[in-house]
Design a protein around this ligand. Structure first.
Ligand SMILES: Nc1ncnc2c1ncn2[C@@H]1O[C@H](COP(=O)(O)OP(=O)(O)OP(=O)(O)O)[C@@H](O)[C@H]1O
Ligand SMILES: N[C@@H](CCO)C(=O)O
Length: 321
């Protein structure tokens, strides 16, 4: 459970007096997620999510995330809406942390996605990219290639205690990725963390996207590469080419990839895998004392990297043609 900050009912009740969302009926810590502290709130006016922002989220970036969610919703994308308090502010402070209440989104995430889910995800990702095209704010991706060596420096010395030979493999990937990272690809607002737990379905239909707290301005195809990693591999490293093909086809049915994006897909997938390997490695080795959190296994991304190192082109990811 990701609850880094405990919130007493007195503190929460006092916090809620600034909002017009009725009286508190119940609240509880949410058993998923690793980044922020989340509570489910049930009030006399309805259901909400309360998030207290932790470690990786910089307070300065919150206006970008909150304005983005509002913008995407205006463009018709189903995503949580920040709730404003009586003074018109979405951002508050609770138990010493920046805190926001957002609307509750119906739906459930799928643990074991299939081809159908991947095709729907591809379409939603492309629509998200289109909906963000007239969003006026910019946020650099502070977890892209320029940050990976710094993350490795935080964890590299203990990497081999997690998997034998891991430090050497990461060094090799870093050298290749830093030398060949593609620049100038079509880009704009990307989600940058669209894992299965951040995509909701009702029945077979994709019902919405959550967790925009890594959203940033970067290459669209990098977002697709993150999804290919997150949705199309088993934990043991087995790759589902049919699911990857469906994800790409679902994306291209809305926004066809440019030739440079197709060519860059293998290196973008390799980079996306290294990004999550490194953040997971740092988190795995540094669980804050007392935090209720289950860190995610970095070795899953070590296994995906074995695939990406041998991939030659987009056809290896199931793209037709
Ligand atoms: N607006 C929402 N509507 C419904 N449920 C939500 C909403 N926001 C969050 N949740 C629930 O809370 C869980 C954790 O939220 P979230 O993914 O934002 O946390 P996180 O710590 O940032 O996680 P991650 O590890 O994915 O970065 C979600 O998996 C979902 O079950
Ligand atoms: N989605 C990330 C955690 C949140 O950033 C992971 O699975 O490593």
């Amino acid at each position: 459970m990701a609850v880094y900050t405990e919130v007493s009912d007195e503190a929460l009740t006092a916090f809620l007096t600034a909002y017009e969302i009725g009286g508190l009926l119940s609240y509880k810590g949410i058993a998923e997620g690793v980044e922020n502290t989340n509570f489910f709130l049930h009030t006399t006016a309805g259901s909400y999510i309360l998030t207290l922002y932790e470690k990786r989220v910089r307070e300065d970036d919150l206006p970008f995330f909150l304005n983005l969610m509002a913008h995407l919703a205006r463009r018709g994308l189903a995503c949580p809406q920040p709730v404003r308090n009586r003074d018109g502010a979405a951002l508050g402070r609770l138990c010493g942390r920046p805190a926001v209440i957002v609307s509750f989104l119906d739906g459930v995430s799928v643990k074991h996605p299939g081809v159908h889910h991947c095709r729907a995800l591809g379409g939603a990702l492309a629509r998200l990219h289109a909906a963000g095209s007239d969003f006026g704010m910019v946020r650099e991706n502070n977890l892209s290639v320029g940050a990976w060596r710094g993350l490795f420096a935080q964890a590299g010395a203990q990497a081999d205690s997690v998997a034998p030979g891991l430090a050497e493999r990461i060094r090799g990937d870093l050298a290749v990725l830093e030398a060949g990272w593609p620049r100038g690809l079509p880009g704009g607002v990307i989600h940058a963390d669209l894992f299965t737990d951040n995509v909701f379905f009702i029945g077979d239909d994709l019902s919405g996207l959550i967790d925009f707290y890594f959203a940033c301005t970067d290459a669209f195809a990098y977002d697709l590469a993150i999804c290919l990693n997150a949705w199309c591999f088993e934990a043991d490293g087995r790759f589902h080419r049919d699911m990857a093909g469906a994800l790409i086809a679902g994306y291209e049915a809305v926004r066809p990839l440019a030739p440079a994006e197709v060519a860059a897909l293998p290196i973008l997938c390799r980079g996306a895998a290294l990004r999550f390997l490194l953040t997971r490695l740092v988190d795995w080795l540094n669980v804050p004392p007392g935090a209720l959190v289950q860190p995610k296994d970095p070795r899953e991304y070590d296994r995906r990297l074995s695939f990406h190192r041998t991939a030659r082109d987009a056809r290896d990811y199931g793209r037709a043609g």
